[in-house]
Design a protein around this ligand. Structure first.
Ligand SMILES: *Cc1c(COP(=O)(O)O)cnc(C)c1O
Length: 383
């Protein structure tokens, strides 16, 4: 049995599998077990902002693995302390404390609990086409009915409003609302950008009605959109930011950054692995690499370049090219899946985002030459 057969034999069939077994990565490239090379614009769903097997991260992980791998939350730890301080240093001014966990859905789960705890209110409003994860609380905030329908009853108190329609949101947010949770650019839901005015109005509405504002930056965080955090484009002052995906350069980790309005006390929440020294060391190395190489700025510049070049593709199959920084979508007038497959055959890995959208989340270290190769391949498969 080869690896594909072995895995299929024993893994629950939860994913629409692509017929390739990836075994190695370096920078913007990954290789399969047949030695085929790919430019990776999928990056484990937007995880590898600093490039695959980034040397600084490999070094930090190796050193930490030889020093201390695990440390319960009730003990202090040097790497954890350093990372907490770093996260608060780089985040918007409103945020002063953090909670460390292990994934995106866990960060959302924690944020929802903190919102109920801090406000004494129960209701949560999120947005249509938003994605916040797959555990019960996060799934209740997620919109896609396909993900939810087999798991009822979900958590009570959740409702959804359409993106960029402030009057619709105002109908949902009341003095029972603990929080509004949203992505400033919806990732899984289709790379849908929130309008700048809308976001300011959401913030004002939350303030007026005493609801907290949670910005889910699990996908947009850590330079992806051309700023360290996407909410910086809009000058938002969220009460919480949820983080995961790229936070630790490929090592599983999540975090919630919190304002002074979040008040919790001990015993109310916790996690065994949250803030483990290995993940903290990886996150510190990743943030340091992002900063010292100005990767958010590079993402802004190369993202503009990439989108300009994509817009030059002359194909009637393209409805729209959109995005921010290196979070880029090509919306087609037809189903995206056959084109993802065709791109893969040409050595380009990309992601879907809803049925008709091709999504590109390359490492922020990707070169213009590699982006050119992506554009050429896409032009060929769409011709
Ligand atoms: C991926 C994602 C999540 C869920 O993260 P997991 O680590 O897969 O649980 C939550 N919110 C957003 C915006 C995401 O993109």
């Amino acid at each position: 049995m080869d690896s594909k057969e072995l895995q299929s034999a024993y893994e629950l069939p939860l994913y629409a599998m692509r017929d390739v077994c990836l075994v190695r990565g370096k920078g913007s490239k990954v290789w399969d077990d047949q030695g085929n090379e790919y430019i990776d614009c999928a990056t484990g769903n937007g995880v590898v902002n600093v490039g695959h097997c980034n040397e600084q991260i490999v070094k930090a992980i190796t050193e930490q693995a030889q020093t201390l791998l695990t440390c319960a939350g009730a003990f202090y730890n040097d790497k954890r302390a350093e990372l907490l301080a770093k996260l608060i240093e780089i985040s918007p001014d409103s945020l002063t404390k953090a909670f460390l966990c292990n994934s995106g859905t866990e960060s959302v789960e924690a944020a929802l609990k903190f919102a109920r705890l801090s406000t004494g209110r129960t209701e949560i409003v999120s947005l249509m086409r938003g994605f916040h994860g797959r555990t019960f609380g996060a799934l209740s905030a997620t919109f896609n009915p396909k993900y939810k329908k087999d798991f009822a009853p979900l958590v009570p108190g959740f409702s959804h409003a359409p993106l960029n329609k402030i009057e619709k949101l105002a109908e949902k947010v009341s003095n029972e609302t603990a929080a509004v949770i949203l992505e400033v650019i919806q990732g899984e839901g289709g790379v849908n950008l929130a309008d700048s005015d809308y976001l300011k109005e959401v913030q004002a509405l939350c303030q007026e009605r005493g609801a907290l504002l949670i910005v889910d930056e699990v996908q947009t965080g850590f330079g992806r959109t051309g700023k360290m955090f996407a909410c910086e484009h809009y000058d938002l002052r969220p009460d919480m930011i949820t983080l995961a995906k790229a936070i630790a350069g490929g090592v599983p980790m999540g975090a919630v950054l919190c304002s002074d309005r979040i008040s919790v006390s001990f015993g109310k929440h916790g996690t065994t692995f949250g803030g483990n020294p290995l993940a903290c060391a990886a996150a510190l190395a990743s943030i340091s690499y992002l900063q010292s190489n100005d990767l958010p700025v590079q993402a802004a510049q190369n993202g503009t370049y990439f989108m300009d070049r994509l817009r030059e593709i002359d194909s009637p199959k393209i409805r729209e090219v959109r995005g921010l920084g290196l979070m880029v979508a090509v919306e087609l007038k037809e189903k995206a899946t056959p084109y993802l497959k065709a791109l893969m055959d040409k050595g380009i890995l990309a992601l879907p985002a809803g049925p008709t959208v091709l999504r590109f989340l390359p490492p922020l270290t990707i070169s213009k030459g590699e982006l050119d190769s992506v554009v050429v391949a896409l032009g060929q498969v769409l011709s």
